[in-house]
Design a binder for this molecule. Structure first.
Ligand code: ADP
Ligand code: MG
Length: 355
């Protein structure tokens, strides 16, 4: 039997605002535990959230960069669940009416076998939400520590359609998305610090079958290598399971990089379980066309625009152009170099190869 892999990614990007999304506490990594948590982050009774203007502006910037619809009207909802590092007992997120709808991302893919190619993936949505705090295990004997410095940091969760067909495509997408948010100046993109984390939804189906197979979601992959390894392992696991007569159970799984395998964390919860409802402490988010146009006017030249310019003005092939615009540093370097030489294609080869 020939199997086809289906992947959709949900990526949490931490926005590089100065303060948190609903409070004035500093968004700062690496400090002593709980020094950047104010009464709002601690969920003290009577405290009220106030939306961070800059977080919204960064979401608009992202929406414009991927050719999406920036919603004039969106709503913050409460996603209810219990966890020790979630003092309110709910996370403020967006559910039915997200701030960004649709859009697409084009990126180069380097498959394991065969020639590199360019792929475009449609995005479903991107929504604003707050991060939870952190539980720290193993620091104090017999206890877990709670650090709320991260509680309330602004996240943009970016969701794709299930349109990727290999781990290589998922990695290509994640790299391009990472480069884009750094390029736009909306995130530090520091993966060690958890600024950019991917959840990979993975399923398999017999080649030719129309319906999708049952998916598993692998949570919190914070490196491109782990993303690749986790998907490769999960695909093998699902195929072996089905070929041995078993069934994939929809579940949330964790990747263990030391063992190189995924393991089940919980069977999949439905959105119903979260009892989403509009947060009565926050007004709907109204974004005027004037605001959107002002943000549009402040946008830098985007990677895909430069990519097109490298093809039309510089005469580079599409693949070279997309490789050279994979990060802002390399793009700036190449453009500066190309201004000094006569053979721009050779310069491109040199940057992509030797350099
Ligand atoms: P949830 O909100 O429960 O995580 P969604 O339906 O919003 O579920 O989908 C989340 C992600 O899973 C999206 O990126 C979507 O493209 C992807 N996805 C949905 N169905 C499948 C499937 N059968 N195989 C792989 N990915 C899928
Ligand atoms: Mg999900």
């Amino acid at each position: 039997m020939q199997w086809e892999v289906v992947i959709g990614l949900e990526t949490h990007v931490q926005l590089s605002t100065r303060s948190k999304i609903f409070s004035g506490a500093a968004r700062h990594f690496g400090d002593e535990p709980n020094v950047n948590a104010c009464y709002v982050d601690l969920a003290l009774p009577g405290s009220l959230p106030v939306l961070n203007h800059s977080a919204v502006e960064k979401a608009i910037r992202f929406g414009l960069a991927i050719d999406a619809t920036v919603a004039n009207h969106s709503v913050f909802d409460r996603k209810n669940y219990f966890y020790p590092d979630l003092p309110k007992g709910y996370q403020i997120s967006q559910f039915e009416l997200p701030v960004v709808l649709g859009g697409k991302l084009t990126f180069p893919v380097q498959p394991k076998k065969g020639d590199p190619y360019v792929k475009t993936v449609n995005l479903t949505r991107a929504h604003l939400e707050e991060d939870a705090g952190k539980s720290i295990h193993g620091l104090v004997q017999g206890c877990s520590g709670i650090d709320l410095n991260r509680a309330g940091t602004p996240l943009l969760e970016i969701v794709t359609e299930p349109e990727m067909r290999s781990a290589a495509e998922a990695v290509g997408y994640a790299r391009a998305l990472h480069a884009l948010v750094v390029w736009l100046g909306i995130s530090d993109g520091n993966m060690q610090e958890g600024n950019f984390r991917c959840d990979a939804n993975v399923s398999v189906r017999p080649v030719g079958q129309k319906e999708f197979g049952t998916r598993c979601e692998i949570k919190n992959l914070n490196s491109f290598r782990f993303l690749q390894e986790a998907i490769d392992y999960e695909v093998r696991r699902q195929i072996e399971l089905i070929e041995d007569g078993g069934k994939v159970v929809q579940a949330t799984r964790l990747y263990d990089p030391d063992k190189g395998e995924t393991r089940q964390m919980r069977t999949k919860e439905d959105s119903m379980d979260y009892r989403y409802f509009p947060d009565p402490d926050l007004l709907p988010l109204e974004i005027s066309d004037e605001w959107i146009e002002r943000v549009r006017g402040e946008m830098p030249e985007l990677p895909h625009q430069l990519c097109e310019r490298l093809q039309s003005e510089f005469g580079l092939p599409q693949y070279d152009a997309s490789m050279l615009t994979a990060s802002r540093d390399i793009a700036d370097y190449y453009v500066a170099l190309a201004a000094k030489v006569s053979d721009r294609k050779m310069a491109a080869n040199w940057v992509m190869g030797e350099l």
